[in-house]
Design a protein around this ligand. Structure first.
Ligand code: SF4
Length: 433
């Protein structure tokens, strides 16, 4: 597809699911609270698996093709894109919100535009691993895989949960890959959490204006239930890894004794693959115990490398930002692979203070990898809740990625937890592609 020669046009919706281009306005992006122009080179075709949202009670902002002035599109509601995994958005959708507008659900709202019969988004493909390509999932295979494994493990509540809820209801890519017998297998384990994230996808307070995307696990699996299906997966799947800490649960470190017993038992049966934990990193002592049991990698989720921005969002119970830093250091000390699940929010992530804080975090923890993930949250609601009125000077997300890469050439970028082959082998080729 030839590169764009000029800025693409703004999109709007009629509020009934129909989307139109407005050729009197060039599309722009949003960074923090500000609408900003997007350079032509930053627009890429909307990747396969992307979807479009109409944003009720919001009017899009664009640049008038005649005057060059920024103004509102009065023709309808604003439109945004949900860009598929493996891609990182560089700008949010730019719009003005009516005070009576509803809070948007927990998805990412990347800018989107139109040119030559095609949708465009300002984004980069940050990960070449194909494990969540939407074209790679065969529903029949997933259905028969789920039925087969529920029959194979008739008393396993976790396999039943992964089949009926995760794969067949929430359509979780990790659960669907498990039932196809490949790559990363999810292992949720904790019904509770010691944080109160504003945008928690598995629990939202009754009085909140939005609902969680999925229900939280309602039982505590036993080590026997965990080991029963994870060992065969590690022994047979290509690029196998099992990951504790999923979107349908609370914090796995609250179940560290069960996880430790499981890891010890798994490693009695097989040395294949990687055992990973996705976590808020709140309990470094528990992380130490898991490393001693055989944990291979950790992914600590964070919206920021700045203590005050982190704690304003996570609202932690009995832990502090310094604990998550310590958990990364512990895994590194035991020779494990360390990643951050970095919620990218243009205007906050590429803010100069954040850039300096991220440099410090990388240095202090000797971090292996940044997973640059789109932040699934209503931008106005998020900034309002954490009390940010002004986001200050920003570098631009792409420029920040480049600066960090220049300073830390061994630091890897991606979107997914790497398999052991990629950790110990050639990072640029040893993965599903
Ligand atoms: S750490 Fe995870 S489970 Fe806990 S509140 Fe935050 S998003 Fe929810």
């Amino acid at each position: 597809m030839p590169a764009l020669q000029q800025s693409p046009y703004l999109l709007y919706s009629d509020g009934e699911g129909n989307i139109f281009e407005d050729t009197t306005l060039f599309a722009v992006g949003r960074s923090g609270w500000d609408a900003v122009p997007v350079v032509v080179e930053d627009w890429i075709l909307l990747p396969d698996g992307g979807s479009l949202y109409e944003l009720p009670g919001r009017k899009g902002i664009g640049i008038d093709v005649e005057t060059g002035e920024m103004r509102l599109c009065e023709k309808g509601w604003a439109v945004a894109a949900f860009i598929p995994p493996a891609h990182t958005g560089l700008y949010l959708a730019a719009y003005e919100t009516d005070p009576a507008a509803p809070v948007l659900p927990l998805f990412c709202y990347t800018a989107v535009s139109w040119q030559d019969e095609q949708f465009y988004v300002p984004a980069v493909r940050i990960e070449q691993d194909i494990r969540q390509e939407c074209g790679g999932f065969n529903d029949e295979k997933i259905q028969s895989g789920a039925e087969h494994l529920m029959q194979a493990y008739p008393h396993n509540r976790l396999v039943k949960h992964l089949a009926e809820n995760c794969a067949l209801t929430y359509r979780c890519p990790a659960a669907r890959n498990y039932f196809i017998g490949r790559w990363e297998c999810p292992v949720p384990s904790s019904p509770a959490c010691n944080a109160n994230c504003i945008g928690c996808i598995s629990f939202q307070p009754e009085d909140e204006q939005i609902i969680s995307n999925q229900d939280r696990l309602s039982f505590k699996p036993t080590p026997e239930e965990i080991v029963e299906f994870t060992v065969p997966h590690l022994q047979t799947a290509p690029f196998p890894l099992v990951s504790f800490g999923q979107g349908c649960e609370g914090e796995p470190l609250l179940m560290w004794e069960t996880i430790r017993e499981s890891v010890l038992e798994i490693r009695k049966h097989t040395s294949k693959g990687s055992i990973n934990i996705n976590t808020n990193g709140s309990k470094p002592a528990a992380v130490k115990a898991l490393c001693e049991a055989g944990l291979n990698s950790i992914r600590v989720s964070t919206n920021s490398a700045r203590k005050q921005i982190y704690e304003a969002y996570y609202r932690p119970n009995n832990y502090v930002f310094e604990d998550i830093v310590e958990s990364l250091k512990v895994v590194k000390h035991y020779g494990g692979w360390t990643s951050i699940n970095y919620f990218v929010f243009p205007g906050m992530t590429d803010n100069v203070e954040e850039y300096e804080a991220l440099r410090k975090l990388i240095r202090d923890t000797d971090l292996n990898m940044i997973q640059w993930r789109n932040f699934n949250i209503d931008p106005d609601w998020y900034l309002g809740k954490i009390g940010v009125q002004e986001t200050g000077d920003c570098l631009g997300v792409r420029r920040m990625m480049d600066l960090i890469h220049e300073e830390f050439p061994n630091l890897k970028y991606g979107y997914f937890n790497p398999p052991i082959e990629r950790i110990h082998g050639n990072f640029e080729s040893d993965f599903a592609h």
